[in-house]
Design a protein around this ligand. Structure first.
Ligand SMILES: Cc1ncc(COP(=O)(O)O)c(C=O)c1O
Length: 391
């Protein structure tokens, strides 16, 4: 499809200026405003010349509509708590999934509500998860003396082993945490198998499915476990505006589940106070923006093509990816930390080693020229990695 990303700069500039002018807010004469002083030297995105491919963001966001909404909401509502906008987004999400507003909790990014869920679960027992998944929030309770995550080995090709996960559920398990598609592997499980697992497992314990990357799949709804909430299963699902919507810096995420589960989990923090007008406005403007989502998916696929060609050209392999990142196998003797350092020397930021998976290196898709920088940097970075390994 045709979509002009430069339009967002135009809109961002002009709307911000006109929205401020139209806000009706009056600054009394004689009050010095920051606008009169030199602009502070803050960098809000990656520094110029840096290819930031380490955090699975969508650098094509915010969408033009989101930028317009951010400017309007900031000027009209920046002085006020964001209660109304929060309720509005909650209703939109509820309506989209035929749920009630009480089935949804919105926080500043999904990490927050995911961490609350982890705290709630560990007040009752342990969290069970695969060996390799996005475990940042389920590890959060450990810092307060909570239990370690109980882990189940992934399959040989790094898929989540649902049978083994089910077999590991015992009376001590208070929550099983599945991330689908998974981070950092990029792998997705068969939707029918996952559904079967969720129904069986949720009879024994609470099942959390983190669907942060769901919208990046062409047939996302087919892979979502949200309908199981409607059917009354003991399942909670997390979603975020940080990935396909390109709003990672605006911090909006949410969780869906039964009203009882949402009430229980929400006791572990004041999530409603974490949300902000600008982020909510961006999320509301983006939620049904199919044009922007399609455009973003196309850019992700183009970037993945470049990454996979470079991987092949350098004699390496990678896992199939259903996300906006690729898990690259640097070979039997590869070292993801050394490779990351070598890439950094060429201004390319990627991830280092995960747990004991030394040769596996994760790279996010990004602006095409940045992904091209990664591809161009690869031969030299590999040479440097091998040299360092010998020394
Ligand atoms: C699987 C998964 N869930 C949640 C998050 C956190 O996202 P948010 O920005 O909504 O806190 C990430 C971030 O990378 C992620 O990979």
């Amino acid at each position: 499809m045709t979509y002009n990303p430069s339009r967002r700069l135009f809109l961002g500039g002009t709307i911000a200026a006109s929205a401020a002018g139209a806000s009706g807010l009056i600054v009394p004469a004689g009050i010095a405003t920051a606008a009169a002083k030199p602009a502070p030297q803050v960098t809000y995105g990656p520094a110029p010349g840096i290819a930031k491919l380490n955090a699975n963001e969508n650098p094509y966001g915010p969408s033009p509509e989101a930028l317009k909404a951010i400017a309007q909401a900031s000027s009209q509502g920046g002085a006020y708590y964001a209660y109304n906008a929060g309720m509005y987004l909650r209703d939109m999400i509820a309506e989209n999934h035929s749920l009630k507003p009480g089935n949804i909790a919105i926080t500043a990014g999904s990490s927050l509500i995911l961490a609350f869920a982890a705290m709630a679960a560990t007040s009752k027992g342990v969290i069970l998860g695969p060996d390799l998944f996005w475990d940042t929030t389920s590890r959060a309770p450990i810092r307060q003396g909570g239990p370690e995550i109980r882990r189940v080995a992934n399959t040989a090709d790094l898929e989540i082993d649902l049978d083994a996960l089910y077999a590991a559920i015992d009376d001590d398990v208070a929550m099983v945490h599945v991330c689908n598609p998974n981070n950092p592997t990029g792998r997705i499980v068969d939707p029918m198998k996952l559904k079967e697992f969720c129904i069986k497992a949720s009879k024994k314990t609470l099942v959390l499915v983190d669907e942060a990357y769901n919208e990046l799949i062409e047939d996302g709804p087919k892979h979502s476990m949200i309908p199981l909430i409607n059917e009354g299963h003991n399942i909670i699902v997390a979603r975020t505006f940080s990935k396909i919507y390109g709003l990672a810096g605006m911090r909006v995420g949410y969780m869906l589940g039964s009203e009882e589960n949402m009430e229980f989990i929400s006791k572990y923090g004041l999530g409603g106070y974490s949300i902000n007008q600008a982020g909510l406005a961006a999320a509301i403007a983006s939620y049904h923006d199919e044009g922007f989502k399609t455009f973003s998916r196309e850019k992700v696929n183009e970037a993945k093509g470049i990454i996979l060609s470079a991987v092949k050209a350098n004699g390496l392999t990678a896992l199939p990816s259903s996300t906006n990142f690729v898990f690259v196998n640097l070979g039997e003797n590869g070292d993801a930390n050394l490779f990351r350092t070598a890439m950094e020397k060429q201004n390319v930021l990627i991830r280092g080693q995960y747990r004991s998976y030394k040769p596996w290196s994760r790279v996010s898709t990004g602006i095409i020229k940045d992904v091209q920088m990664y591809a161009n940097a690869m031969p030299m970075a590999l040479d440097e990695m091998y040299k360092q390994m010998k020394s």
